[in-house]
Design a protein. Sequence first.
Length: 479
Amino acid sequence: MSWETVVGLEVHVQLKTRSKIFCACPTTFGDPPNTNVCPVCLGLPGALPVPNREVLRLAVRAALALGFAVERDTSVFARKNYFYPDLPKGYQITQFDRPLALLGSLEILSPERGRVAIGITRLHLEEDAGKSFHDRVPGMTAVDFNRSGVPLVEIVSEPDLRSPAEARAYLVALKQVLEYAEVSDCNMEEGSLRVDANLSVRRPGAALGTKQEVKNMNSFATVERALILLRDRQIATLESNAPVALTTFSAATGELRAMRTKEESHDYRYFPEPDLTPVSVSQAGIDVVAERNRLPELPAAKRLRLARDYGLSDYDAAVLSGTRALAEYYEVVVGSGAQPKVAANWVLGSVLADANEHQGRFRVLPARLHELIRMVEQGTVSHQAAKRVFGEIAEQDAPPANVAQRLGLVQIGDAGQLDGWITTVLQSHPGEVRRYRQGEAKLLAFFMGAVMKESGGRADPKRVQSVLRERLSGQAADR
């Protein structure tokens, strides 16, 4: 009998604010250790937290983008008590039994099940801890408190995911939504998006099994790999008739490493934060309706619209809608008059490759790309030559026609010039001419290549093919 995998994810996302959640310290990444700190985020005696309104607004915006109703006007901060070297107060300010938002959902493209809606249990606010470094001095741990107090939302999924690949698809979709809504930069290398994953296996239709957790992962590949290892380990354990232990693992090295027995909520001794009043969205001056109206078209809706309006495949529409900037670039090119499918091929090919090599910048203006596409359609340059022109105008903006002329890439369709190149090729390959006329039609490609080489790539391939067929059929004399 087969096993069914059940996965739930807890995603910690840093909100895009200039200052921390309860103090005015900056959230800048990469500053010298322990420089962006103050008595509040260090938890010094007598220091009191003051909520950052922009944190609340961005959290509301994130909740709306993820399908939460945000009908709960008031939420409550709590103290989550535990000891760790990078938690200076000995507790974390978070939300527990009264979070900001409950019951959202996110549509994903599952590799196994197609489009599926994944439930989201809750979205709540909390502060980040500091960061421990175990590799600075042998045998010692260094602590940087710059991250302490950085604002986070924690987004907790329902156990609706059924494979490690689905978990990865969920994370990709979640990152896209948060970036579209402009609530976080989701920079995983800088720790702006971190993942805790829990997994259990069961026989289909049975109750949920014992879950195990993998903590603090900062790449989608790591998440998928860790869940595959955890799934396989649990199946092997159960098939040997041994129990699955309630364990938390680390996957920082690519292998699962047991950290501790999994804690339950009572281990943290939650109680309401006495230094903070309940948080009211309306009293903070945040208009939920206005925030909802200001949301952009989100990835799932954009993906469906691109496929419907432009006749694109689901795959092309999904890649184009991967970021707002890419989708907007594509639609500007199409709006300039380019054929949707041709524009998609260029944007998903040369444009995206160039952007990936230059920090996401689109170095060729949409109008220039449309000019280049039109030149190919008109036979002014070949598709291969157009790629060279694209590379040139990416380095230095200039009209594609001027660049093609300067590089000698403009196609020649003059009958006399073409006839000269074709005559040279046919006279140089009499054996191949005989074989073609005896029925080896596939040799046409050989002649095409030879003529393009003879012309230095400047011959119009459509005209070359037409003239070659005419000459090889014997309708014209081979001079």
